[in-house]
Design a protein around this ligand. Structure first.
Ligand SMILES: Cc1cc2nc3c(=O)[nH]c(=O)nc-3n(C[C@H](O)[C@H](O)[C@H](O)COP(=O)(O)O)c2cc1C
Length: 300
């Protein structure tokens, strides 16, 4: 029997458990030249905001041992350009599109959610960006509740809430669940920084930047493990996933699906390779479906 990798979420089904993490896959065009994007569970867009944003000054990325610091600052042309020009291009790939959005208030989240075409497979709320000058990346549970509730009212389809790994992640995720989120994406980046010795100053204009990549995998895995125990809604794991084995660790911890971010930069074929490695590992052990092993590490 074929290995069944389909994922049943609250309102949707994905044909694959692996998808790119927001902001790390462009609009898929470069990757579509390298491999067939139908292997993606969904194509998750970069985060869009109500109005265009030019993002933060350079430098915006900085390598660290086993990780990457970024301070992109949500550069994007605004939701209306996304809807009119970019979304139709993404649909051409024939892959479900998950749209990531960010608002500075509950009202803004509601407004932007109303403008997203219903053909989008899901809406992912970025509740955790560490790179917006003057804005906290760690929201209180009350702020999360009101933002998710506003989007929930405006968007009837599948709704994902992407949380920060910092602060009280359990309270954040529970607030999103109570406000009507269908899944939690855990997690965004950790706040870090780097200092340029010659300039005797922080590397990034915003001082802080988001740390991603293999360095954060054990931290995110722990958070996913805890969330899967505490929540009723599915969790989508994200943070440092680089190999099929990494992805399976998140599934064994209880995640329904995974997102791959930084690995796309150092290996553009990361997603198809991760899928192949997952299939090989599971196939060699005669596992028939992901459902058979999901959360198995919690049952001991
Ligand atoms: C260059 C870069 C840009 C990112 N842009 C976004 C974004 O627009 N929206 C978002 O929610 N997360 C964004 N992220 C965070 C990733 O989606 C992901 O949550 C994080 O990098 C952890 O996963 P990873 O270790 O696999 O990269 C970005 C990360 C990087 C490295």
């Amino acid at each position: 029997m074929e290995l069944d990798l389909t994922v049943e979420l609250r309102k949707i089904r994905l044909s694959s458990p692996v998808m790119p993490a927001a902001g790390t896959f462009g609009f898929g065009e470069e990757y579509a030249e390298l491999y067939d994007l139908s292997c993606l569970g969904a194509l998750v867009t970069k985060t869009f905001t109500l109005r265009p944003r030019s993002g933060n000054p350079q430098p915006r990325v900085w390598e660290t041992p086993c990780g990457l610091l970024n301070s992109i600052g949500l550069e994007n042309p605004g939701v209306d350009v996304f809807v009119a020009e970019i979304f139709p291009r993404l649909l051409r790939f024939g892959v479900p599109v998950v749209v990531s959005v960010y608002g500075e208030s509950a009202e803004e989240f509601g407004e932007i959610a109303r403008r997203i075409p219903k053909e989008a497979k899901a809406l992912e709320l970025n509740l955790s960006c560490p790179n917006v000058p003057g804005k906290p990346s760690v929201l209180s549970a009350e702020e999360i509740f009101s933002r998710v509730a506003a989007a929930r009212e405006a968007w009837p389809g599948e709704l994902w809430a992407k949380i920060s790994p910092e602060g009280d992640h359990l309270a954040s995720a529970k607030a999103a669940e109570e406000a009507g989120a269908d899944a939690i994406v855990a997690t965004n980046t950790f706040r870090g920084m780097a200092i340029d010795l010659e300039r005797r100053a922080p590397v990034f204009s915003n001082i802080l930047a988001g740390l991603s990549g293999p360095a954060i995998k054990p931290l995110c895995l722990r958070i996913v493990y805890e969330l899967c125990k505490a929540l009723r809604i599915p969790v989508i794991g994200c943070g440092g996933i680089t190999t099929g084995q990494d992805a399976l660790e998140f599934i064994f911890a209880g995640a329904h699906a995974v997102q791959v971010g930084t690995a796309n930069f150092f290996d553009p074929l990361a997603i198809p390779r991760i899928l192949k490695e997952m299939k090989e590992w599971l196939g060699a052990r005669r596992v028939k479906s992901l459902a058979e092993v999901r959360g198995c590490a919690r049952k001991r």
